[in-house]
Design a protein around this ligand. Sequence first.
Ligand SMILES: NC(=O)c1ccc[n+]([C@@H]2O[C@H](COP(=O)([O-])OP(=O)(O)OC[C@H]3O[C@@H](n4cnc5c(N)ncnc54)[C@H](OP(=O)(O)O)[C@@H]3O)[C@@H](O)[C@H]2O)c1
Length: 311
Amino acid sequence: MLNVSDLTPAEWCQIFFVANAGFILMLQALPDDMRRALMDYGARRATSRQASAKKGQAEVPKEGFFDVLTSYGQVPHSWFIHFYITSVSWSIFWGWQFVSKGSVMRALAERQHRAAGNEPSSEVELTATLVAWLLMSSQGARRLFECLFVTKPGSSPMWFVHWVLGLAYYTTLGISVWIQGSGAILRSWESPQPIHFTPQIIIGAAVFGFAGAQQNECHRYLAGLKKYTLPSEGWFKYFVCPHYTFECLLYLSLAVVAAPTGCWVNGSILCSLTFVLANVGSTAYGTKIWYAEKFGADKVEGKWIMIPFVF
Ligand SMILES: NC(=O)c1ccc[n+]([C@@H]2O[C@H](COP(=O)([O-])OP(=O)(O)OC[C@H]3O[C@@H](n4cnc5c(N)ncnc54)[C@H](OP(=O)(O)O)[C@@H]3O)[C@@H](O)[C@H]2O)c1
């Protein structure tokens, strides 16, 4: 029987990611209008589609009960910036905790290490932990930079539930990046630990850098479009939402970098990937429907939505 008080911090993070991924996947089984009212944000959302329809660009969609319900608590899509402020803030906080041997990191790390002591296979080395922290910091900082200086401001909305979930996601991810390295962190506070770059860390970091650079290209391209036109250059020739493809690749490569010794991936970060897959996957699916309605089904036919050969 699962005893909640025995759960490690890493397991709490994993449960958060997987439960939310499961919840998002369950929403996919809802009738289309309900699913879209609950899930769609940005230009895909009915209110945005209605606004463009009124400008004569498309047929006016009908407002259902769930559209009306979720019309309460709408916040601007541009509040995505708060996710990256949160992400960078947590990266700074955990970095400072590490350097100053802070009490919050110590409490979590000791709890994690006590439980994982019997299971050294889930322990991550110091180098992998620090590189993963550094990569996550760079991802948060790049996205913050893009929100401030690249993204074209728009007036499309998102439901506050997405916003709250996003803030919780980046908070949990900030912990997941280092928590399985708790043993190595605690040891490094007692005596210097060797820094050792394995091929896995180097390859994972290189893929992470590639995915980040390509995602940045996608964001720059979207920012250069007249709102709302069909993206069709670069990776958008092959994918409906390549920026989401690279988001998944970013977290997959991060999971490889932060893998425990002898493993291919870090379980906590892999769980965050299930959340990302469910979340951006359902948004990408909604984007394909939106583009098909707005520009014609033939314009998106033959493109992958997000994952080559699969989705
Ligand atoms: N880790 C996660 O769980 C997670 C979840 C969601 C997103 N993300 C990441 O966050 C980044 C942004 O995601 P997003 O969902 O906000 O992307 P998005 O809905 O595609 O919007 C990105 C930007 O492009 C604009 N845009 C989108 N389609 C356009 C079109 N056809 N023509 C002109 N402009 C267009 C949007 O304008 P408007 O502002 O006017 O809508 C917005 O400024 C992505 O890289 C994604 O991977 C991560």
